[in-house]
Design a protein around this ligand. Structure first.
Ligand code: GLA
Length: 386
């Protein structure tokens, strides 16, 4: 589906009548490398995509929010002053953002809103971060004189996940949705918040997502458990090395020292993360040197780690990764939190068409359905639409 602004506007007027509201957009994301590193204070390397959420918003002079999800054909009302908020999950994202913006001192007033998205749900492309970011950006613009910095808008989205949805996510998805730049990947140090933009115009290569269509859902998944494993190992290492605040600060030697003091499972999780934090920096260097083979090699290493050590893969994603290897794809790995969703593939131009054909045929032969193939275009972050 290609989402158009007209679709959103037409629905808005159909449901709420009167004058049009103001339109905003915020994107989903890809991540070249740096998975499950954000909540370990490490580095990530995402880029915003063209696909995202579009929301139309019009203040209504009350304390109530009247929200319509165009995709789900569902309408929910809630009061800004209610402590509990709505039960419907999609509406809780909007409620959480309102409440967190209010907590920052933004005088949010009631509004009518309709929204729709073209980030495939459950594909690991952060449709929920796009939803949070589009509203954080809109409320800042409509009620907050744009006083809140984009990184703080991202944190509003992250707190919404933690406090209203129950996913203890890191900051990557919301940060790139708020701070993405067209044509650029963004390396972020998740401890200091420092950001560096890297132009993304790989000569002779393309990025292609293959969606296994296994629905990735972080709510109720072992995502929070993975985070706890990491924090636990970091704590055990800290007993011997007080300078270690998170796995970002640890190395393999430190991990070996505590091997007998942690479970075999936690050891594997930490082993993956320690390697992954380094891989992000190595990929940035390789990119600057134009060494795409090295970039791709690291992507395969990440897949291996996510599958064998972090154990967030599934049969379908491993199958897609193997086909990529067989077909000479330069780099391929699970993207995002895992447990389903997409692989991200770095492919030499001349192999792209054949890979798409072969991966579709083989996946269909095995699982009886087509995977969805998405060409990646790196787009801008959250914005007001004129
Ligand atoms: C999800 C989370 C992010 C990050 C990734 C894994 O997308 O929202 O914070 O942890 O998983 O890299």
């Amino acid at each position: 589906m290609k989402l158009t602004v007209e679709d959103v506007s037409t629905r808005f007027i159909k449901h709420f009548g009167g004058e049009p509201g103001q339109l905003y957009a915020a994107p989903g994301r890809i991540n070249l490398i740096g998975e499950h590193t954000d909540y370990n204070n490490g580095f990530v390397f995402p880029g915003a995509v063209e696909q995202g959420m579009i929301a139309e918003v019009r203040p209504n002079g009350t304390r109530k929010v009247d929200a319509y999800s165009i995709d789900l054909k569902d309408r929910v009302q809630f009061s800004l002053d209610d402590e509990q908020g709505p039960k419907t999950t999609w509406a809780r994202y909007i409620f959480g953002v309102c409440r967190e913006m209010m907590a920052l001192g933004v005088p949010v007033e009631g509004f009518n809103t309709a929204f729709a998205g073209d980030v495939p749900l459950g594909a690991g492309m952060s449709s929920s971060a796009a939803l949070e970011s589009v509203y954080a950006f809109a409320l800042n613009d409509l009620f907050g004189e744009n006083k809140i910095e984009r990184m703080d808008l991202a944190k509003v989205g992250q707190r919404t996940e933690h406090k209203y949805i129950g996913v203890n996510c890191g900051i990557m998805d919301q940060a790139i949705s708020c701070l993405g730049k067209a044509g650029h990947l963004m390396r972020m140090d998740c401890r200091s918040g420092e950001i560096a933009y890297f132009p993304w115009n790989p000569e002779g290569y393309k990025l292609v997502l293959v969606n296994s269509c296994v629905k990735h859902e972080l709510v109720g998944s072992p995502y929070n458990e993975r985070r706890l494993s990491c924090e636990h190992v970091a704590e055990v290492i800290k007993n011997r090395h007080p300078e270690v605040e998170s796995l970002r600060d640890a190395n393999y030697e430190m991990l070996e020292e505590v091997k007998d003091g942690v479970s075999a499972e936690d050891y594997k999780r930490a082993h993956y993360v320690i390697g992954e934090v380094d891989r992000v920096l190595q990929v940035c260097d390789a990119l600057e040197a134009g060494d795409y083979e090295a970039v791709g090699q690291k992507m395969y290493e990440t897949h291996h780690g996510l599958s064998e050590e972090y154990e967030v893969s599934c049969e379908e994603l491993d199958f897609l990764n193997n086909i990529a290897k067989e077909e000479g794809v330069t780099g391929s790995r699970i993207m995002g939190g895992g447990f389903g969703g997409c692989t991200i593939n770095l492919i030499a131009d001349e192999l792209v068409d054949n890979f798409k054909k072969v991966v579709t045929e083989k996946f269909k032969a095995k699982y009886g359905k087509d995977p969805i193939i998405i060409d990646v275009v790196i787009g801008p972050g959250a914005r007001k639409l004129s």
